[in-house]
Design a protein around this ligand. Sequence first.
Ligand code: CAA
Length: 295
Amino acid sequence: MQHISVIGGGTMGNGIAHVFAQYGFQVSLIDVQQAALDKAIATISKNLDRQVAKGSLTEAEKEATLQRIQLFTQLEGGVAKADLVVEAATENVDLKLRIFREMDATAPDAAILATNTSSISITQIAAATKRPAQVIGMHFMNPVPVMKLVEVIRGYATSDAVTATIMDLSRRLEKTPVEVNDYPGFVANRILMPMINEAIYTLYEGVSGVHEIDTVMKLGMAHPMGPLQLADFIGLDVCLAILRVLHDGFGQPKYAPCPLLVNMVMAGKLGAKKGEGFYVYTPGSKELVVSPSFK
Ligand code: CAA
């Protein structure tokens, strides 16, 4: 396993390209927009600088990491040599099915096709290809260079050999892989999203305020971020989409998204990436300021 292609230059895609290149793999990073690729490389360079600053990487290793990343705006050229493709495009079923059909037609026959989806069915994605045994979920956590987990999701047809290869590959990135089966939300989001939704309900019902709810979970349960800050960090639109997958997939009311979350997404208050969610975000400032809507 030497050539890894990563589809999507967004937060997850650039993080995945970063770690593979850092651990010596040749990476092809693919995005339809050149501007997204330029932004991805700038982000990877900035995040490598953090590692250089704290002494976990040398300047020469940083340069070598960047040298191992090639950029492509076309899928065809980008996956031509791939041993593994990791798709990290937008969380949209139709888009992912289209990408997997195209990848299946252009990537080498032996290539493993993985998706970083946070909740879309691996089995459904695999069924769009002629190689369902070689399709698997490889779910990294944000920020990818920091978080140790890779949730490895076996679709209905994923082979034992492909699963073993991806488990082993994750360890080569110094991550800890955990094997799970393909049911809505897998494990990570099946547990995380109901917690976030419950925190939003707690706010919605006036039990306590934004800062207070997050403080309870940070100091009481030793979470690095409270659930409302974490929701802002993930993106409220992403949280809502995952809750809908859980709600549709299990048909149980306990997964119904809180109406406040639905309203915030409709209002475009999507969290850190849009400058406002439960908190307001000012570029360059790390201070946590509760949004005026909740004061
Ligand atoms: N790349 C490289 N390094 C990074 C980084 C990045 N993008 N972001 C942060 N870091 C490093 C920093 O350099 C710093 O390193 P040292 O401690 O070694 O100096 C360390 O991470 C901590 O960063 P900060 O000091 O800037 O900030 P912090 O202490 O507040 O930590 C955090 C930030 C790591 C994000 C922490 O708050 C955290 O762990 N939050 C929870 C994250 C989480 O739960 N992620 C999962 C989200 S769910 C998901 O991704 C899946 C899904 O499907 C929705």
